[in-house]
Design a protein around this ligand. Structure first.
Ligand code: T3D
Length: 263
């Protein structure tokens, strides 16, 4: 599949989506959003794909909305940013959250505005040690979007979320790791090898079970313990009916490595 603003490559059960506007630090345009929607639908429909890896080309991961698309002459009508979220950013976050496979993010450089929150919407986030995260919205009078106001307090608590959102300070990958916002910071030169290795490993695992884990952990954010216990009951019932569960048990009993098929 050929796109203008992203790259989609597939192999070893992994779909790799690379944001591809390096001269603009991979900032989002309407075209990029449309291409991401298309690519995510393609990935979701392909049963051979069992893990998604998201990264960016060049020295940035993603600098959020392309602001050159937002400059208006004084006195002219401003674009409806609510509509932009409704049509572009919210569907992207929902598509990643609902994708029934693990989503690994390799943050290769600065992740600002919606670019930072795109990373936090992924399931397992690795970042190059030189990468950084910036809730840049406040610097231009906006509110963190793409799920930022939901995920930040859950990741770091209200006090830190408030300061990150109101100050827009640059946070290093190591600080993000120390605060539990990402899985880990790795040496720049090792980032893509490590992320690819992780994605390939996940693509050999019980995909259906991993998708159910993803749902359970995501839903726990708004469930009571009673609701979560009920959800675990329902998801475990579903997991117990998969081929991969049978295979996992059979392999354990036979003392051999399991061959999961993702179903
Ligand atoms: O509008 C809606 O639809 C609502 C939704 C909004 C979601 C959002 O994401 S709002 C937040 C938008 N993003 C920002 O405010 C971040 C803007 N960028 C920066 O603050 C800085 O570029 C960075 C801190 C990310 C990186 O700084 P630095 O010094 O490493 O790089 P740079 O020199 O600023 O940028 C390099 C190039 O990328 C430069 O282009 P040039 O001069 O070489 O031609 C710069 O203009 C361009 N660039 C970086 N970010 C954006 C951008 N161009 C357009 N839009 C950007 N967001």
């Amino acid at each position: 599949m050929t796109y203008a603003t992203i790259r989609l490559e597939v192999g070893d059960g992994v779909a790799t989506l690379t944001l591809n506007r390096p001269d603009k630090l991979n900032s989002f345009t309407s075209e990029m959003h449309a291409e991401l929607r298309d690519a995510l639908a393609v990935i979701r429909a392909d049963p051979s794909l069992r893990c998604l890896l998201v990264t960016g080309l060049g020295r940035g991961f993603c600098a959020g909305q392309d602001l050159s698309d937002r400059a208006v002459a004084p006195g002219s009508e401003t674009p409806d940013l609510g509509q932009s979220l409704e049509s572009n950013y919210n569907p992207l976050v929902r598509a990643l959250r609902d994708l029934p496979m693990p989503v690994v993010c390799a943050v290769n450089g600065v992740a600002a505005g919606a670019g930072a929150n795109l990373a936090f919407a992924c399931d397992i986030v690795l970042a190059a040690r030189s990468a950084s995260f910036i809730q840049a919205f406040c610097k231009i009078g906006l509110v963190p979007d793409s799920g930022g106001t939901w995920i930040l307090p859950r990741l770091v608590g209200t006090a830190r979320a408030m300061a990150l959102a109101m100050l827009g300070d640059k946070m290093s990958a190591e600080q993000a790791e120390a605060w539990g916002m990402i899985w880990k910071a790795v040496d720049d030169a090792a980032l893509m090898d490590e992320a690819t290795k992780l994605a390939r490993h996940l693509a050999t695992q019980p995909t259906k079970g991993l998708a159910l884990i993803k749902k359970a952990i995501r839903d726990s954010a708004t469930n009571t313990l009673d609701q979560q216990l009920d959800l675990e009951r329902d998801l475990q019932r579903e997991a117990g009916r998969t081929y991969d569960y049978q295979e996992g048990v059979a392999a354990f009993v036979a003392k051999r490595a399991p061959a999961f098929e993702g179903r």
